[in-house]
Design a protein around this ligand. Structure first.
Ligand SMILES: O=c1nc[nH]c2c1ncn2[C@H]1C[C@H](O)[C@@H](COP(=O)(O)OP(=O)(O)OP(=O)(O)O)O1
Ligand SMILES: [Mg+2]
Length: 219
């Protein structure tokens, strides 16, 4: 068991510029009595190039650059959507699917366009609102916590399976959430509260695992 790196820190640095992630981490870590700061609070840290081949490699890159710049442990999240009908794309390219700096709405539009182009369709009945299931998909989240004092990493990964539908459901969450349907719940990811999403999501699962590795037992 690793020592708890977060002990004695009432603020956790999350190496992200994604406001949706910040909200989810803030909500989850608040239960441990910890506040979250993000790269929005440190504009002087230069942009981090995410050129790793895997979610885990990118998470390590972001955690290390941030931890080294600030001299305190930093937590990074690299995540994305892997769509079966697209052979796992957009994967590590999820954030820039529709181009560098693309808005979530543009990425969602591109996803529907690609799926429509190949005529993706699941041999499953349509949902009760008439929307069509297009492909199985998985959200993946790799977390890396880095300690600049020792150069060590603690890492964890989580996934959640779902289905991409041809229409959005709900307006919560961020990113691809509106197109991600959870057949096991009969609801869309963007229809869940932060609490509900955290309980089942790729990020929630990765965070639980990371906390276990740190020896922190929540609930
Ligand atoms: O729970 C999620 N619900 C919906 N979409 C999600 C989720 N988690 C990741 N995603 C999507 C958003 C973005 O298109 C990509 C992450 O890319 P990723 O590089 O990890 O994050 P980012 O560039 O938005 O912020 P940053 O790198 O500063 O942490 O996957
Ligand atoms: Mg990114």
């Amino acid at each position: 068991m690793t020592r708890n790196w977060l002990e004695g820190h009432d603020t956790v640095v999350v190496a992200t510029k994604n406001a949706g992630k910040v909200k989810e981490f803030a909500h989850a870590l608040q239960k441990l009595g910890k506040a979250v700061v993000s790269l929005h609070d440190y504009p002087s840290i230069p942009d981090i190039v995410e050129d790793g081949d895997t979610f885990a490699a990118n998470a390590r890159l972001k955690a290390k650059a941030t931890g080294d710049a600030l001299g305190v442990p930093a937590l990074a999240d690299d995540s994305g959507l892997c769509v079966d009908a697209l052979e796992g794309r957009p994967g590590v390219y999820s954030a820039r699917y529709a181009g560098e700096g693309a808005a979530d709405s543009a990425n969602n539009a591109k996803l529907l366009q690609e799926l429509s182009q190949i005529g993706a369709a699941l041999a499953e009945p349509e949902l009760s609102d008439g929307s069509k299931p297009l492909s199985r998909a998985q959200f993946v989240c790799a977390l890396a916590l880095y300690d600049p004092a020792t150069g060590e990493f603690i890492e964890a990964e989580g996934t959640v399976d779902g289905i991409i539908t041809d229409r959005p459901h709900g307006d919560g969450g961020f990113g691809y959430d509106p197109l991600f349907w959870l057949p096991q719940l009969g609801r869309g990811m963007a229809e869940l509260s932060k609490e509900e999403k955290g309980a089942i999501s790729h990020r929630g699962e990765a965070l639980k695992l990371l906390m276990t590795k740190l020896g922190i037992h929540n609930e």
